[in-house]
Design a protein around this ligand. Structure first.
Ligand code: UD1
Length: 420
């Protein structure tokens, strides 16, 4: 198993290129199930989750290549409709194939994802919505067994909670359903917006893109023809590197990022005293030696992303005063706290609220990554800790960060990937 060794007291300088968004690529790869032509997507990040979903599609019978940053998928000859446990257990987002498989073939079996480090993460809202669209669903032997012998039909779906992959699943199901689907309380994340835009460009009539109310006219099982497209930049990767600049007090630039997708993150960094220079594709953080404490509540987009919470907990350890960070989306997403405490951070947890008192000098330690974003928080802490930090179990990090150590090395960080 690999781990990252970081020597602290880093000062960074230069520009980091931001990769395409993992969370935009995943639904768009699943979307290829709805197509009759070879789908070409550029700017796909080389991260483990993408390879996992491609493998799943390969098991179903799709052909694909992933070279440089371009994925080409031919899903026209899919022969199987079962997403097996061995793949789904490694990545919950595999559930994204449920809507498209059911819409195209009228039946499918998708393993239930099972437990998750950051919380229960049920898929009840996905299933309820598909039932409203005419699916008959049974849970048997750990699998969602879904049938829609007459095909799916349009329906009015009101999501009780905003769900990102739930919205994506239903958008894809609705694209091939018979009639009109209304999704109320839809997720508005940029990654969901891109899925809608690609489907719209393929001829699916979608109204309300980027709003919480979507109206989708299905093609009644006619497969789509999708033109090549480019995946949007990864706003979470971008936010993480901006935090790297802020925590190391370094003027650091990121390129190929989209500042419009980062408003809530930039606003919190500004509250903490950082400034920015923003051009069309570059954002430069101008740090401050005197970071201010911050209050954050995680929310759905355009609110502050839960996927940036852990990184801001790490950053808040360097702010002068008491920061309060509340996690509202996932019940167990503070596992990085105990690892940061082992590095000397002063953090108290009360339910879903972390109170961080700074500024504390962190010291290098052996720490364990527990989930994807928690891992990057430990890397950020390691960049400024005194001495050596070893971040273990970085397979979590590899799920979602493309070449993290190489990108950080390129701006001067002392970070190495080693074998246990
Ligand atoms: C997606 C992102 C993930 C991000 C999360 C929240 C992808 C591949 N992953 O995950 O990085 O952290 O959005 O922004 O895009 N819920 C239910 N029932 C459901 C579905 C969700 O109760 O059927 C709850 C969840 O437990 C959670 C909340 O709704 O509390 C939001 O979850 P959701 O938006 O579905 O997260 P994901 O789509 O899994």
């Amino acid at each position: 198993m690999d781990y990252l060794q970081i020597l602290g007291n880093n000062h960074l300088t230069g520009t980091i290129k931001i990769s395409g968004a993992k969370n935009a690529s995943l639904p768009l790869i699943a979307m290829s199930i709805l197509t009759k032509n070879r789908v070409v997507m550029h700017n796909v990040p080389h991260v483990a989750d993408i390879k996992t979903l491609l493998k799943l599609l390969g098991n179903l019978g799709a052909e694909y290549t992933f070279e440089d940053e371009t994925v080409i998928i031919d899903a026209s000859r899919i022969v199987k409709t079962t997403a097996t446990y061995d793949i789904v257990k490694t990545m919950r987002a595999s559930i994204l194939v449920l809507g498209p498989l059911l819409a195209r073939f009228g039946h499918c079996e998708v393993s239930l994802p099972g437990g998750c480090a950051i919380g229960q993460r049920p898929i009840d809202l996905h299933l309820k919505a598909l039932e409203q669209m005419g699916a008959q669903i049974e849970i048997k032997a750990g699998y969602v067994q879904a049938k829609a012998p007459e095909g799916l039909h349009g329906a009015t779906i009101i999501f009780d909670k905003i769900t990102v992959t739930g919205t994506a699943n239903i958008i894809m199901a609705a694209a091939l359903a018979k009639g009109e689907t209304h999704i109320i309380n839809a997720a508005r994340e940029p990654e969901v917006v891109q899925l809608c835009e690609v489907l719209r460009d393929a001829g699916v009539k979608i109204e309300g893109i980027a709003t919480a109310m979507l109206k989708i006219e299905g093609t009644n099982q006619e497969l789509l023809h999708v033109e090549p497209f480019r995946i949007i930049p990864d706003r979470i990767e971008a936010g993480t590197y901006l935090c790297a600049g802020a925590i190391t007090n370094s003027r650091l630039s990121i390129s190929f990022a989209n500042a419009a997708h980062l408003e809530s993150v930039l606003a919190k960094l500004e509250e903490m005293g950082c400034c920015f220079e923003v051009t069309e594709h570059t954002i430069t953080v101008i740090p401050t030696e005197n970071l201010q404490p911050v209050k954050i509540v995680t929310q759905e987009y355009p609110g502050f992303p839960t996927d940036m919470q852990a990184q801001f907990v790490a950053l808040a350890t360097q702010a002068n005063g008491v920061s309060i960070i509340e996690e509202r989306l996932f019940e167990n997403r503070f596992m990085h706290v105990s690892e940061l405490q082992r590095m000397g951070a002063e953090i108290t947890l009360n339910g879903n609220v972390a109170t961080i008192t700074g500024k504390t000098a962190l010291s290098g330690a052996d720490v364990m990554a527990t989930d994807l974003r928690a891992s990057s928080a430990l890397v950020l802490a390691g960049l400024i800790a005194e001495g050596e930090t070893n971040v273990h179990r970085i397979y979590h990090l590899d799920r979602g960060y493309d070449s993290l150590e190489k990108k950080l090395q390129s701006v001067g960080a002392h970070i190495k990937r080693l074998k246990e």
